[in-house]
Design a protein around this ligand. Sequence first.
Ligand code: NAD
Length: 462
Amino acid sequence: MQFTPVNEIPAIRKELEASFRKGVAQSLKWRRHQLYQLARMVQDHLDEWVQAIIADLGRPIAETYPSETGLIIERSIISATQLETWTAPEVLTEVVPDWQKSWKPTIYRAAKGVVLIIGPWNYPMVLTLQPLMGAIAAGCCAVVKPSELSPHYSALLAKLLPKYLDPSAYRVILGGPDVGAQAMEIRCKSHIFFTGGGKVGRIIATAAGKHLTPVTLELGGKSPIIVDPNYDIKLAAKRILWGKISNCGQICVCPDHVFVVREKQEEFIAALKEYYHQFFPDGALASDSIGRIVNEAHFNRLKGLLARTKGNIVLGGQTDDKLRMEPTIIKDVTQEDSLMEEELFGPILPILPVDSMEDAISQIRSRPHPLMLYVFTDDPKLKKNVLANTLSGNIAFNDTFQALSVNELPLGGVGDSGCGYQILRHGFNTFSYLRSSIDMPRDAEASLEVRYPPYTKEKVAF
Ligand code: NAD
């Protein structure tokens, strides 16, 4: 993958600024065409995209269509068809008091300008093209920087995007932190949409703060699971194991660790083992149904965390020389363990035995707000208790991250897991701002007379 020379980035930005000022991205007809073109770009080269993602992540094809290619095709088309509804000015004459009706109070959804989208490697397509979709729908121009750690995807994007989308409005730049940092250094006031880890997220927020640039931070963190002892333990184990192995655990909303009451720990482990053998009859390392760890640095990081754990490995733990790692279950883990130091981002599931559901809730409250919180329970009181006493970007009851396939739900974090939202209308909202407006009629002058000096006694007699 050839990186974009950093000294070329200011010129790219200038070109896009000029296009935005000329109004290139303004008409709805043009935006709709770009959104359809985005869908075509993915559809026409389906196999190339899938192969690029396999080369980067070794991810099974069965996981890629629903989470990346299929999703982008479907959501680009929905965006194109919803454009008129999303962009329609909101005329408020019905809701304002009578004396303001003639002013035609209206909210316009206006494009923010030239925006920067910085993506991670773990879902390289959906996490660059989904925000781009929002930017196109909103009428913005955009610079997209995919991750250097998914080089096959990134190179393909740089090759195909200019063939389908108007390059005077949308550009791809390739590279790592240097290129990303350079893209932010140019006085960018419109919006930065960043998806990645909290460490880089803080760098982005600081750089954006310098220019008062609005940011969306789609970050990660340790998303916990609570399993109610009265829930169906086998079903919980099956759904949790699926959540843990998809993309080999490298998902921002991956269930990170699980709280189970002490007396149910062994039953839960037995169920996890049963489903492990069902999912991988010949073992995970011999299976095509699980991906691999993205690179050696992450592979060694995970092996290092496992080497230092004080918990007991009850399943898995083996790796091979192709960056593959067995789904690994560790029991009797405590908050002080190596596995609780950072977001795991791999197929490792620590089990933290607790005394009660209250104990689990209080342990969750003692850590930064996660992106997702998973609760397996049928008990409405426990659901209410968790909702009232915890904060998380999103919450799912009785499943793991299937919620992400619901088109109408926004995805976003809170506190350490980020700020701002994406997915369809919510992405459109991110890249537009609410432009309030009135249009005062000439004949309103009589009713406005009271505001002009001199402020006589009659005028101030409220
Ligand atoms: P990362 O933070 O290392 O990198 C993300 C992007 O930032 C890459 O394109 C990288 O080149 C760029 N970058 C790095 N340093 C930079 C700098 N100084 N200036 C500008 N850009 C810079 O993250 P990653 O390892 O690619 O992704 C994994 C992380 O992303 C995990 O923490 C995961 O939870 C999170 N994530 C969050 C979501 C979400 O929707 N909330 C989705 C996927 C991944």
